[in-house]
Design a binder for this molecule. Structure first.
Ligand code: C2E
Ligand code: MG
Ligand code: MG
Length: 387
């Protein structure tokens, strides 16, 4: 039975250390980060956080534990992230931010080491975020404003995750490992995972799936458009030296990020809907209505819409696949129609006058989606050949 006195001794003897669990990008297959997880090295055995973190929280020793492990983290980072290629996250509680000590320490450490602030990320659970008072929120905001990442841990286990997401500047959602472990056996959990991935995509924040243990789970997440995974399938949490060896010797994790194509299809459908809705609503107004001159249409440049950003960005991964080059012509044609529609609306055209443009929009869009679906099938065939 661990007591507060034991924790006190552990602190005095500096027995708290960190293990690091790699995070893999499903887009590139590379290790892109790690989560630092505390371990207590007590009398020759390693004690897991569940055995002492809840007690440390109750006895208000958590701040001392976090401070001690943050010193460890800063030292370990020199070894395992010397070229700042990884984003390393660590876990915090609301109590850690009830005064500005930790925030100041993190900011000083960043300034001292010259590491980019985005190389660090703090993970907080939604339940912890709900306990946060104003002072805590201010301290977390100071970190976020400095560029440090903020991850919502165990997403899907709280009861007001969406509300918390909308009020805190999270840059990452971590889907809880319980939901991940159920997603292949339960359609409900699968839906929650897919919608969390879509939510992250729409909010333009990263989504990490935790607790990935099997190739089947990995594949499901690839297919669903998840961008990062963490779990025993890739590696257990490792001591810093072993983590460095792992980085040097690992083989690239396999995968075709076919889920990104699905995201691109949905993005495109939303773009078309927004444009059609804008045009139809305004075409019903009198020709001289001031509302006709206002925005409300999606990006008209074919490089700025979400499909265009995908096509010229991560979509380039598929550049050598059959069908990719065929996307360009219908996509550009659709944007030409978009420009024409906006011009017509602004010059007072009625619904019947823009009908042929709306029909063209639909035709080009169907062509585009059909090319994207061909590309998706090619990706799926490759994905399942790989495994
Ligand atoms: P967490 O932050 O959600 O961390 C993920 C936990 O899942 C870790 O357990 C990790 O070892 C475990 N895990 C990772 N991949 C898999 C997998 O594929 N399958 C299974 N079954 N488990 C996996 P760990 O290290 O025992 O940490 C448990 C919890 O303790 C953490 O959950 C976090 O809430 C807390 N914790 C860990 N380190 C710290 C810390 O430094 N400070 C604070 N305040 N809490 C911490
Ligand atoms: Mg965590
Ligand atoms: Mg978690």
């Amino acid at each position: 039975m661990i007591t507060a006195h034991d924790i006190e001794q552990g602190l005095r003897n500096r027995q708290f250390l960190l293990h690091y669990q790699p995070k893999v990008s499903l887009i590139t297959g590379q290790i892109v980060g790690a989560e630092a997880l505390v371990r207590w090295s007590k009398d020759g055995t390693l004690i897991a956080p569940s055995a002492f973190i809840p007690l440390a929280e109750r006895s208000s020793q958590i701040k001392a534990v976090t401070t001690q492990i943050f010193y460890r983290l800063a030292r370990d980072l020199v070894l395992l992230n010397h070229n700042n290629e990884l984003t390393v996250s660590f876990n915090v509680t609301a109590q850690d931010f009830e005064d500005p000590v930790l925030t100041k320490r993190i900011l000083a450490s960043i300034a001292h080491s010259q590491m980019p602030p985005a190389a660090l990320e703090v993970e907080i659970t939604e339940t912890q975020a709900l306990h946060a008072d104003d002072e805590c929120i201010q301290n977390v905001l100071l970190l976020c404003n400095a560029g440090v990442g903020l991850a919502m841990d165990d997403y899907g286990t709280g009861y007001s995750s969406i509300d918390t997401l909308s009020r805190w500047p999270f840059s990452t959602i971590k889907i809880d490992q319980g939901i991940v472990s159920r997603m292949l056996g339960s359609e409900k959990s699968a839906t929650i995972v897919r919608s969390a991935i879509r939510l992250g995509h729409e909010l333009k924040i990263n989504v990490v799936a935790e607790g990935v243990e099997t190739p089947e789970e990995y594949q499901f997440l690839l297919e669903s458009g998840c961008k990062t995974v963490q779990g025993y399938l890739v590696s257990r949490p490792l001591p810093p030296e072993q983590f460095v060896t792992f980085l040097q010797t690992r083989t690239r994790c396999p995968g075709v990020p076919v889920g990104l194509i699905h995201m691109a299809i949905v993005d495109h459908m939303q773009w078309r809907r927004q444009l059609a809705s804008y045009a139809i609503r305004r075409a019903n107004l009198p020709p001289d209505a001031p509302l006709r001159q206002t925005d409300g249409y999606p990006p008209l440049s074919c490089r700025e819409c979400s499909l265009g950003r995908w096509y010229f960005g991560p979509g380039q991964l598929f550049a050598d696949r059959p069908g990719f080059a065929a996307l360009d012509a219908p996509h550009c044609a659709m944007h030409d129609v978009g420009h024409a529609l906006v011009r017509q609306i602004q010059s007072g055209a009625s619904l019947s006058e823009i009908q042929s443009l709306l029909d063209d929009l639909k035709l080009w869009s169907m062509q585009l989606v059909s090319h994207l679906e061909v590309l998706e099938d090619v990706g799926l065939a490759e994905l399942y050949r790989l495994h």
